[in-house]
Ligand binder design. Structure first.
Ligand SMILES: Cc1ncc(COP(=O)(O)O)c(C=O)c1O
Length: 398
């Protein structure tokens, strides 16, 4: 995109409604979701039916989720945060047990470890994919390690088979092979070697929060597993227990009805995101300084986020200056997703050892994500790219 074209786009194509850094509504609803809400409300609005969340509507959504991702069991719940808690409860951590968590991450996974009395052992991520670096994971295993807890970062599948191999190779002295638990809050529908995330790890956790790829009226999620014991335990935890402790983490019927429509439409919404990302890759081809998203051949990226890097020399202040110009002068906010999680949580900062993470510290000062959404029109995408390109030129010359 040459300078004249950039200037023309900036003068004429400013989006009418500015894009949020991470849009508040990650997908979108159609008449089919509206109809599902009304239909479910009408069906349940009877004295002998009601909105029991253990009933056939949620069960059907669970059946569809497990068939869709190839896991034997799916348990819907009210969000990925509680889903991660359920996974950690199923793991039955004992004091001193360690769980390996990538540092470049949202805070929820690490919080779920601390919430069960475990110890978080941070690991580095690969600087091209932002996924937990298998080599570094293995380096951090001790005889207290119980699980590897990768996040499928920013919409792309993590190399789960590599973690599974490491887990087999380094068994816990009494519990055997380490468990691999995937946080796929941002990645429902992402594929590795053509297979959707969810069938390989011990437990995989999805989010249907309003910002995510598919949504169930604001909050919601699901955990999936092939382990019948883990499934039974998590099902009990979600609904006031039985053999084990439990409480109420349920998804409502109306959410499940909307979720079924969203699940059916998920691949379409992802394809729309992928088209925006592909168009953007072209528009930004040749942009100096910026590293654009990398997607290994074996991955099918959902582009939950469009993740970029500034060069090392721009880490910190210059990256922040770039974000400031984008936001203040062009009205395009970008999100830093994510800095090391202990930097966005005082609790994690105080309660974890983060003394040996030079790569994550540096990446956290280089990373930024440019707004993306399945409904973003080309003219807005062009504007955002022109703004980024102009901003890079400015920052370089300041
Ligand atoms: C990677 C990751 N894990 C977990 C969560 C928590 O998801 P939820 O909002 O559904 O509890 C999020 C949501 O922001 C996330 O991005």
């Amino acid at each position: 995109m040459d300078a004249d074209r950039r200037k023309e786009i900036i003068a004429t194509q400013k989006p009418e409604i500015p894009w949020a850094n991470e849009p508040q509504m990650g997908g979108y609803y159609t008449q089919a979701e509206f109809d599902a809400v009304i239909r479910t409300m009408e069906e349940c609005n009877k004295p002998h039916v009601g909105f029991d969340a253990n009933g056939p509507i949620v069960q059907e959504f669970e059946r569809q989720i497990s068939a869709w991702c190839g896991a034997q069991y799916a348990i819907c719940n009210n969000g990925a945060g509680t889903g991660l808690d359920m996974a950690m409860m199923a793991l039955e951590l004992e004091p001193g047990d360690e769980v390996i968590v990538p540092a470049i991450n949202f805070k929820a996974a690490a919080l779920s470890v601390l919430g069960r009395g475990g110890t978080v052992v941070w690991c580095e991520v690969d600087e091209r994919t932002f996924q937990a670096d298998p080599e570094d994971v293995e380096r951090r295993i001790t005889d207290r390690t119980r699980a590897i807890y990768p996040v499928h970062m920013n919409g792309m599948a993590a190399p789960i088979d590599e973690y599974l191999e490491i887990a087999e190779r380094n068994p816990h002295p009494t519990h055997g092979p380490l468990k691999v638990i995937g946080d796929a809050a941002r990645s429902p529908g992402a594929k590795l070697h053509g297979q959707r995330v969810g069938s390989r790890a011990w437990i995989t956790v999805f989010s249907f929060h309003t910002m995510k790829l598919m949504t169930t009226l604001g909050e919601g999620g699901a955990v999936v597993t092939n382990d019948p014991d883990a499934a039974s335990r998590m099902r009990q935890i979600r609904g006031f227990g039985g053999d084990c402790w439990g409480t109420n983490y349920k998804l409502t019927n109306v959410q499940a009805a909307v979720g079924m429509v969203q699940l059916e439409r998920l691949e379409t919404m992802i394809e729309e995101r992928r088209a925006v990302a592909a168009e953007r890759d072209e528009l930004l081809k040749g942009i100096p300084e910026i590293t654009l998203p990398y997607c290994p051949e074996e991955c099918w990226h959902t582009y939950y986020l469009y993740t970029c890097l500034v060069p090392e020399e721009w880490a910190g202040d210059k990256r922040d200056r770039l974000l400031e110009i984008m936001r203040e002068e062009y009205g395009v906010p970008c999100v830093v997703a994510n800095p090391p999680a202990y930097q966005s949580s005082a609790y994690l900062d105080r309660n974890t050892d983060h003394s040996d993470l030079p790569r994550s510290e540096l990446l956290g000062r280089r990373i930024f994500c440019v707004p993306i959404h399945p409904l973003m029109p080309s003219s807005d995408n062009e504007y955002i790219c022109a703004a980024l390109w102009e901003t890079v030129e400015r920052v370089r010359n300041e």
